[in-house]
Design a binder for this molecule. Structure first.
Ligand code: FRU
Length: 525
């Protein structure tokens, strides 16, 4: 947010606006509390963060008239989770963000949990006109009173609409639009798409350890269609997202079902997974035993995608919450908590008999590149410090390994600082594994689960593997993209002092590089 609006400065001067719990109909343009200095320790410089206080899942994402909207689970009164609102921001390019007033407040039906928005271009809901189509947000009302009383129906689905490009929202008078009559407490996170073939809206909903699909012609009344789950699974499923993608190069369409899983992720805690299949308007036809991880690192949860984005049918863009419920509320940031991942572009590619879902940073991120430090055809033996016109704390690294000339079985890079903190990214050729070791990455003590590791992911480091790696470093996070985006690895860390040293290293042999290109990345704030 480059130009901080005047009302924010006024807020800073005159103090704090209290959070309204009861806003039954039209939401007023209310304010986000206390905007902090975006240069404070651990504040990411090119990732989205809330102005202050607690944030979790991305919500209600849609594109309209040149703006990408991003809402998010937000508690404006504390840096830990509490009564949920939808915070709100917009971007023209998914790179620079402008914070807007809170979009949705808790009300008498409960807190505003996660969900998705759609641009109702045909005005099927009747909330707008075809000249001025409404944006309709579907979300879960979570009633804390019912929860405490031990009822099973305290999560219901509701809608709200905006006729002014997301600036103000009106909750539908007939809420909730979908009651919880199944006796299953976890019944939430509606994500809606328009299904062209059946000319219906399809809602995907997380219902404890599976998803359910519902259909509607007007976004107000919903009919149950089917469910999809893994037989015998007892993990909690959250934040699903169903959408079609054309396979790059072949023209076939496959359906992607994203689902976030609350435990037993590959490196512990919570992570986003996906299934590939087909959707016939009623059922998701995919192999429940073939669940894949969208990201192998610990910190990409609740990843969901934008509705109505101006993209080819081969691409869909989304964003994840860059944290993990294991420690999200304990990480050592003082005035705000959590960042989003870099927005990612998803594409499907056919490989042999199957398909892979590849995620890469959105193209627009390249606009942040400033000075370039490039080295070609060199070998690393032991340790070598790499310097140039970049800060290791805020840069992008492109590496192209010469597989034939590399003799080291273990090689990688380390970020360090003068107080001895270290973050290590390693590539283990003997085991075809990538690993990130953050055990010594900063002052311990805030959470035992955070400092477990090292964390690993399978990657083909053999002669046929893709030699290219792309690494984003932003003060307190690392995102690694390998194998053309098939492998994503996202982790956060909290050094006591900023990382100022980058070292390339190779154990027992040489790491041969065709090239290393390091870009300094500009701050978006
Ligand atoms: C996922 C989640 C959602 C829920 C929201 C509450 O992180 O647990 O299932 O709607 O967070 O903030």
């Amino acid at each position: 947010m480059k130009n901080r609006p005047l009302w924010i400065c006024a807020l800073l001067l005159f103090g704090v606006v209290s959070c309204k719990q009861e806003q039954p109909t039209r939401e007023k343009a209310a304010d986000t509390k206390e905007v902090t200095d975006n240069r404070e320790p651990h504040r990411p410089q090119f990732h989205f963060t809330p102005p202050s206080k607690w944030m979790n899942d991305p919500n209600g994402m849609f594109y309209m008239d040149g703006e990408y909207h991003l809402s998010y689970q937000y508690y404006p009164d504390s840096t830990v989770w509490g009564p949920m609102h939808w915070g709100h921001a917009v971007s023209k390019d998914l790179v620079e963000w402008e914070h807007l007033p809170i979009a949705l407040y808790p009300d008498s039906l409960g807190y505003i949990f996660s969900g998705g928005s759609v641009v109702d271009l045909r005005n099927t809901s009747g909330f707008g006109t075809s000249e001025n189509p409404p944006v309709v947000a579907a979300f879960t009302h979570h009633d804390p009173v019912g929860e405490q009383a031990g009822t099973t129906d305290f999560q219901t689905q509701s809608i709200a609409y905006s006729l002014d490009k997301g600036r103000t929202w009106t909750k539908y008078a007939g809420n909730p639009v979908l009651k919880n009559e199944k006796g299953i407490r976890d019944f939430r996170d509606p994500k809606v798409i328009w299904h062209q073939d059946s000319r219906k809206w399809i809602m995907t909903l997380a219902v404890y350890d599976k998803v359910e699909f519902y259909a509607s012609t007007d976004l107000k009344s919903w009919e149950y269609l089917s469910e999809f789950g893994i037989p015998g699974d007892t993990r909690l499923w959250e934040c699903p997202d169903l959408f079609p993608l054309k396979v790059t190069g072949t023209g076939e369409t496959r359906w992607v079902l994203l689902v976030s899983i609350q435990k037993e992720a590959p490196n512990g805690g919570t992570a986003t997974s996906y299934f590939l299949g087909d959707f016939d308007g009623k059922r998701f036809l995919g192999n429940p035993e073939d669940q894949k991880w969208l990201d192998w690192g610990t910190d990409n949860y609740a990843f969901v995608t934008w509705d109505n984005a101006p993209l080819e049918a081969t691409e869909r863009v989304g964003i994840g919450w860059m944290s993990n419920w294991q420690y999200a509320q304990e990480v050592p940031t003082e005035t705000w908590r959590s960042a989003m991942t870099i927005p990612r572009s998803l594409r499907l590619e056919s490989v042999g008999e199957g398909y892979t879902l590849n995620a890469n940073p959105i193209e627009g991120l390249k606009s942040l590149r400033s000075s370039e430090t490039k080295m070609t055809h060199f070998k690393i033996q032991g340790e070598e410090k790499v310097s140039g016109s970049f800060s290791p704390a805020q840069c992008e690294i492109l590496l192209r390994t010469d597989r034939a000339e590399t003799t080291a079985d273990l090689y990688g890079l380390t970020l360090s600082n003068s107080v001895g903190d270290r973050l290590i990214l390693g590539f283990d050729r003997a085991n075809n594994q990538l690993w990130v070791d953050r055990r010594g990455s900063g002052s311990p003590g805030f959470s035992a689960s955070f400092f477990k590791g090292p964390h690993t992911a399978p990657i083909d480091l053999g002669p046929d593997g893709d030699p290219n790696l792309r690494i984003l470093l932003d003060v307190a996070s690392i995102e690694v993209f390998g194998e053309n985006g098939r492998l994503n690895f996202t982790e956060i860390f909290f050094p006591s002092e900023p990382y100022d040293t980058l070292t390339f290293w190779a154990d027992d042999g040489e790491w041969a590089l065709e090239s290393s290109t390091i870009y300094s990345l500009k701050s978006i704030w």
